[in-house]
Write a protein that binds this ligand. Structure first.
Ligand code: GRF
Length: 198
């Protein structure tokens, strides 16, 4: 029996290198899914450009009131769009806002995030800088389910990354991102296989 492809919705605020890694995982056959819609809270985000150039519907989320979350009605509209696209798994790939009830309740246990540290260490912004400033010798990246806290949801998988003598924030972030681009597609692939087998 051929299992149905899982439909992915991707939310991001930045350049979209993790989204690119997901697209690669799909085209190589590692991830049994297709991306139905990409949404960003920044009109000029690279992730939207990448989606459009890949022929994937891409939409800007316009939020005039808040910087760190969406207003409830706007978040509800995002949930509606994802539902209308029959999304089975939502991937936050560099999405820089907190998620609240309208989205969480629309996708219970079906929304994951990639974070650039070994959670629960260094939640929040610029986690690689936090690790350097703390004098850590190791950090990494984490894929976790999303809840309404700041990077507090249940951890699914992690990859360790060494911090080397002489590392700058830029060199460390680049090493973490290389790990993210391995970890996120692997977890998305595993979850998609699980979901399509249900
Ligand atoms: C990644 O480092 C991710 O961990 C963090 O935001 C960054 C997004 O990068 N949450 P990109 O847009 O996927 O290149």
């Amino acid at each position: 029996m051929r299992l149905a492809m899982v439909k992915l919705g991707v939310l991001g605020s930045g350049k979209g290198s993790n989204f690119a890694a997901i697209l690669e995982g799909i085209s190589s056959g590692q991830i049994p899914a297709r991306v139905e819609i990409v949404m960003s809270d920044h009109a000029n985000a690279g992730i939207l450009e990448l989606a459009r150039s890949s022929g994937i519907p891409a939409e800007t989320i316009t939020e005039p009131r808040f910087k760190t979350r969406l207003s409830e009605d706007i978040e509800a509209a995002v949930a509606e769009k994802l539902k209308a696209a029959h999304v089975g798994l939502v991937v936050l790939a560099g999405y820089m806002r907190m998620v609240k009830a309208p989205l969480l309740e629309a996708f219970p246990h079906r929304m994951i995030n990639i974070h650039p540290s070994l959670l629960p260490q260094f939640p929040g912004l610029d986690a690689w800088k936090q690790a350097l400033e703390a004098g850590a010798t190791e950090t990494g990246c984490t894929v976790h389910y999303v809840d309404d806290g700041m990077d507090t949801g249940k951890i699914i998988a992690q990859e360790r990354v060494p911090i080397l003598p002489g590392d700058s924030p830029t060199s460390l972030h680049a090493r973490i991102q290389a790990a993210e681009h391995r970890l996120l597609p692997r977890v998305v692939a595993e979850l998609c296989s699980e979901i399509s087998g249900l």
